[in-house]
Design a protein around this ligand. Sequence first.
Ligand SMILES: C[S@@+](CC[C@H](N)C(=O)[O-])C[C@H]1O[C@@H](n2cnc3c(N)ncnc32)[C@H](O)[C@@H]1O
Length: 233
Amino acid sequence: MSYDSLAAQYDRWTREYNGDLPFYVERAREAGGPIVELGVGTGRVAVPTAQAGIAVIGIDSSEGMLAACRRRAEEAGVTHLLDLRLGDIAAPPVQEQTALVTCPYRTMTHLKSDEERRRALEAIHRILVPGGRFTFDVFAPEPGGERDDEEWFTPVPGIEERARWDAKRRAIVLEMRGSDFETTLEWAWVTPEEWRTLLEEAGFEIRACYGWFDLRPAVGPISVFVARRPAAV
Ligand SMILES: C[S@@+](CC[C@H](N)C(=O)[O-])C[C@H]1O[C@@H](n2cnc3c(N)ncnc32)[C@H](O)[C@@H]1O
């Protein structure tokens, strides 16, 4: 995964994507800190969460993204509320137990195999206190929704991208380039039904599955899951 090459561009690339922020910040307020964010990136969600007064343990496998997150936290004056750790979502370096684990912006689909996804879900289950919640969003093309861009597309000035939705390999591949960088990102093509099965096999109860962060029903390509580690009996 080549997020290191994207770290300097990430905030510009995602500047229009913020509809999830109220949802994730409110879940963190409800749970109380610290919370764990897996794939914390440049702190797009973690910094506003810290600005709401909630401490965040942020895990990411990219040194470059974590460095950008540190800078963003310093600028926002919330360094003391962010505990950033280099590590893998499938084996997160978290010994603490928390009431909330999040994984925003489709990051769970960076896990390539069911085996990796199972390991991650089992680890998340262990991090959560009984009754604690795991909230994350995923994207899956709708049935028959293969797409191959022939042309490069410019989502924001200075960044070009070209997508390939590979139904055979069950992967969404995005090539990106700019004047001083190029990278390829890949997301696994996992259906909401498959996520449900994986969550249940890992011992979660699924409390809700929405189609967007305004809690509309899940009917499109986005699924926002709220899962819970069952309370102790
Ligand atoms: C789409 S970005 C999301 C960043 C942030 N959560 C947000 O919402 O803007 C995905 C992030 O997950 C990280 N990541 C991808 N696979 C990972 C893995 N297996 N373990 C840890 N971090 C991972 C990437 O380095 C990147 O920072």
